[in-house]
Design a protein around this ligand. Sequence first.
Ligand code: SAM
Length: 234
Amino acid sequence: MLPDFEISREKFSSCGIDLPKNLYDKFNIYADFLVEYNEKVNLTAITDPMEILCKHFIDSACLLKYVDISNNSSLIDVGTGAGFPSVPLKILRPDIRLTLLDSLNKRIDFLKQLCDKLEIDAEFIHGRAEDISKMLEYREKFDYSCARAVANISTLSELCIPFVKVGGSFISMKGPTEDVSRGTNAIEILGGSVANSIDYSLFDEQRRIFVIRKISQTPIKYPRNSAQIKKKSL
Ligand code: SAM
């Protein structure tokens, strides 16, 4: 159970995000199912209700505050885990056409059941980003790709930029220590360009979002296979 409605709404509101009661109810279902499922399958280390509210739901929702996501656009969440950041985004913005990707099937199983409970329409993909983005049906097909806490910016760019159409964006949610300059080489090779780096604080913790614009097609040889990616960043 989340903190009660007034407290939760106040927390969202302090970050500039409105939380109507019907959406609070959905976040509550999400929190309950996350904690229940987490007892048998490892999904998150965060189980305290206030922390789920602030560190998962509001943290994810901040993407909408700092990045303008176009109406009815398609978005793939790479390494989504228990659905962060994109399931909170979809609760707040049902028009987003959502694809959830993770390499662990037990997390995809959780997400299918969760989206069923929340009556959320989404596509689910079990696989590694570096394999899935080679497939024609997913390559350069999305308006946005996003990721939170999956890998460093260079690796993440190789996993996420190939999914994005030219003209779309890859959005990376990071802690304060990640420096986008570490990914500049990879971003350029993969057809991206850094459009924005946004620093903000979330309940006294520092956060950073990078927005990488896709300006040209990703060369067909990228992404490399996982062994090559692991061995050496671009
Ligand atoms: N994004 C979520 C969040 O912020 O809570 C989960 C972060 S968790 C640290 C990283 C997730 O990425 C895991 O669920 C893992 O299975 C997934 N993952 C790691 N490498 C991946 C890859 N190459 N392709 C797809 N998923 C991957």
